[in-house]
Design a protein around this ligand. Sequence first.
Ligand code: FEO
Length: 176
Amino acid sequence: MPAERFIEALNEQIAAEFAASHQYVAIAVHYEDQTYPRLANFFYRQAIEEREHAMMMIKYLLDTQSPVRLREVEAPRSDFADHVAPIELALEQEGAVSRRIGDIFALAREEGDYLSEQFVQWFLKEQVEEEATMSTLLDVAERTRDFPMSLEDYIAREDPGEEVADPLAPEPAGGR
Ligand code: FEO
């Protein structure tokens, strides 16, 4: 079994992943309400991905006979000044998640827990992709701030954040 402080940190991260998912649903609903269907779909999809990250972590705890401690998830933000603000929030959120994943990786390394270190490694790579996707989306959103439908066209054309099957992705609890 991993060290208690690693288990506790991973349980905290599970809550953070569910919170990220919850926040992305709130953003998607905001966009759908404002009739930005491509932005809405993009964030609905991101919400599913974040939930899957939480389920992967749950599966790892179960597989290593570690306790799963689900906790409260905070209410998401749902009031935004304009169509760019949710993307700014999303990029901030991804940056915070990357820092936390880095801390959890460091914990596993300090404990000499090679299996946990290897498990967390996939999430480090995932965060690089997610931050890059969100940062690119924010660039385009800022550049087209006065023409939001250009951002919709960009998403329709480029399909940012498109998921390709990753055979190295950890298995989520409950399967895919
Ligand atoms: Fe699973 Fe992008 O945090």
